[in-house]
Write a new protein. Structure first.
Length: 302
């Protein structure tokens, strides 16, 4: 997310809230979330780091690794994932969540844009979670009434009462966006408040030097692994070197290490000695919800 130069926080807030800069970026994010939701996708990782500007200055959402697909109205999922400061309460409590979590995150992002920090922070993860679940939402008096009201409505702890729970139209209709011409936003006909000045396609001057000064690390070459070994890591983007070493280590079978009997397959099930009857290990990994949830998780259990 772009940080605007300012002589003080209040002047930045006034510029964002009163001069429609904030509503411009929020409106483009809202349309992006609405589109994802129409496809049955929950984004689940809305935060400043994942909001980019293209060469023309329009918003681009990035990093869809935590998305949940095939979510229709009334369907919930229970995966614990996201970035703590922007996670909705129902994700933290694992009570089941739907598309409304993205509107909570939008409220947290808006708070961060206008005030300069997330709405709930603590000295550690546990304290941050406690504040999200039970803390009072503090809104500075210098925010406009419409801005305060929108944040409060987006950050309702009850997902059924949260603005956006019934659809994006309710969010778009809020008074904070009364001057927004949504058809113009959708058509990208509005002039962005900030247009990055780029010297070339490879210009990274707009990015934080903490990242641009790092030495890029190439992805590990998987060509040396067999097809069966690669199957073990489908869905993962990182494999610990120790695991790679273990795979390449030669396996020696001696008379003292008898070979394990092969299981006998019966259709979709496999019978293995001492294990009884259970689902076949030959099911496609994409159909294993447990594995899907395991790969989605980011962070440790509460």
């Amino acid at each position: 997310m772009v940080i605007l130069p300012s002589s003080g926080r209040q002047s930045l807030v006034c510029y964002l809230a009163e001069c429609t800069t904030g509503s411009f970026y929020l409106s483009e994010i809202i349309l992006a979330l609405e589109h994802l939701h129409s496809l049955g996708i929950i984004y689940r990782d809305l935060k400043p780091e994942n909001v980019l500007l293209d060469a023309q200055g329009h918003v681009k959402l990035t990093d869809f690794g935590l998305c949940k697909e095939h979510i229709q109205e009334g369907i919930v999922t229970h995966t614990f994932c996201g970035t703590i400061e922007y996670m909705a309460p129902e994700i933290l409590t694992r009570s089941g969540h739907g598309k409304a979590v993205d509107w909570w995150s939008l409220g947290a992002l808006m708070y961060d844009m206008l005030i300069g920090q997330p709405p709930f922070t603590g000295d550690n993860r546990t304290k941050t979670i406690e504040k999200i679940l039970k803390g009072k939402l503090m809104l500075p008096a210098y925010l406009t009434q419409d801005a305060r009201d929108l944040i409060r409505r987006l950050m309702k702890r009850s997902e059924t009462q949260r603005l956006g729970a019934s659809g994006a139209a309710a969010v778009r209709g809020h008074a904070f966006f009364k001057h927004v011409r949504w058809d113009e936003v959708f058509a990208r006909r509005l002039e962005p408040p900030i247009k990055p000045k780029l010297s070339s396609e490879d210009d990274v001057s707009q990015f934080d030097t903490r990242f641009t000064l790092q030495t890029p690390i190439d992805s590990p070459d998987e060509s040396t692994l067999s097809a069966s070994a690669n199957m073990m890591f489908q869905g993962f983007t990182y494999v610990a070197p120790s695991v790679m070493d273990e795979i390449h280590k030669p396996r020696v079978i001696t008379a003292r290490s008898p070979r394990r009997p092969r299981p006998h397959h019966l259709g979709a099930f496999a019978v293995a000695p001492g294990l009884g009857l259970g689902p076949s290990t030959h099911q496609h990994p994409q159909h294993s919800h447990a594995q899907e949830d395991l790969m989605d998780v980011q962070g440790l259990p509460i």
